[in-house]
Design a protein around this ligand. Structure first.
Ligand SMILES: NC(=O)C1=CN([C@@H]2O[C@H](COP(=O)(O)OP(=O)(O)OC[C@H]3O[C@@H](n4cnc5c(N)ncnc54)[C@H](O)[C@@H]3O)[C@@H](O)[C@H]2O)C=CC1
Ligand SMILES: O=C(O)[C@@H]1CCC=N1
Length: 265
């Protein structure tokens, strides 16, 4: 269990998912986590789990050593300005999970801070995130701490900051892309005869199995696809029809559109 106290500034979708993961993993004692939000009514479950809920960011920062900033990109600068006097480079580590706001931008507001940019996804709530990280002004001990924390909440990859926007699309937006793929499978499953609950279970477990084949066995997708596609069989017939309809192309174009949205606005 982590001895450090953690403040999560912005208890929205991602901020509260991080708090849930920290509690579930046992990495932090719930009482050592403070989540802030202006309207705290949506944080009742975290409160019931023993997490401290606050509206006062300055107070949360004063009582913590690790500060996770989970604010929207458009208000992070303004809110960070409001509590920057509370941040002490000798005491605090700042972790920003904010999309598209660079280390240079953040250091402009809070100079000299040990700073980590991290890009997790919402599966962090159940310790299944992939979290990409990069850091500046951090000691080896601080970066080890942050990596250990995110390792408890899934898997961690250290990347160059220039890949952070790409990490956002592939890892964080990727949850929505994967879920839309599963939803389409469920809709197809219902059309060919399953009730929605059974179709959902089969579709989700099948995607989980496919992912585990890659993660655990370190295989290339096409190697596994070859094992499924019987010559003249139904899999290759379906796959080819999907490709004629632009399946891979639409995914690649979607990924590149998401990326351009971050980079070009
Ligand atoms: N939702 C996701 O899957 C992911 C989001 N991100 C990034 O994480 C950040 C947060 O995203 P979400 O959680 O989706 O947004 P959100 O809008 O759900 O959460 C932001 C929270 O900050 C709160 N807030 C606003 N002003 C505040 C203040 N002065 N003090 C304390 N709290 C304040 C809002 O009430 C809101 O609950 C964004 O920068 C987003 O791009 C990154 C990866 C994944
Ligand atoms: O859609 C967004 O802008 C944020 C960033 C990654 C996931 N959600």
């Amino acid at each position: 269990m982590s001895a450090k106290k953690i403040a999560i500034i912005g208890g929205g979708n991602l901020g509260s998912a991080i708090a849930q993961g920290l509690v579930k993993s046992g990495f932090s004692n719930p009482a050592d986590i403070t989540v802030t939000k202006r309207n705290t009514s949506t944080l009742a479950d975290l409160k019931a789990a023993g997490v401290q809920i606050e509206t006062d960011n300055a107070k949360a920062i004063r009582q913590s050593e690790v500060i996770v900033v989970a604010l929207k990109p458009y208000n992070v600068r303004e809110v960070l300005q409001q509590f920057r006097e509370e941040l002490d480079p000798a005491r605090h580590i700042l972790i920003s999970v904010v999309t598209g706001v660079s280390i240079a931008d953040l250091l402009h507001i809070v100079p000299d801070m040990p700073l980590v940019r991290a890009m997790p996804n919402t599966a962090i709530a159940i310790q299944e995130s992939i979290t990409c990280i990069c850091a500046t002004n951090t000691t080896d001990e601080q970066i080890r701490y942050v990596k250990t924390m995110f390792d408890q909440l899934g898997a961690t990859v250290s990347i160059d900051e220039k890949l952070m926007d790409a990490a956002t699309v592939l890892g964080a937006c990727g949850i929505a892309f994967a879920l839309r793929f599963i939803r389409a499978n469920i809709q197809g499953g219902i059309e060919i005869g399953f009730d929605v609950r059974t179709a959902s279970l089969i579709a989700a477990q099948t995607v989980k199995g496919a992912a585990e084949l890659l993660i655990r066995e370190n295989r290339h997708p096409e190697e596994e696809i070859d094992k499924v596609t019987t010559p003249k069989g139904c899999t290759i017939a379906g796959l080819n029809e999907m490709e004629h309809q632009g399946f891979s192309s639409s995914l690649i174009k979607g990924i590149s559109t998401s990326y351009n949205k971050i980079v070009k606005g």
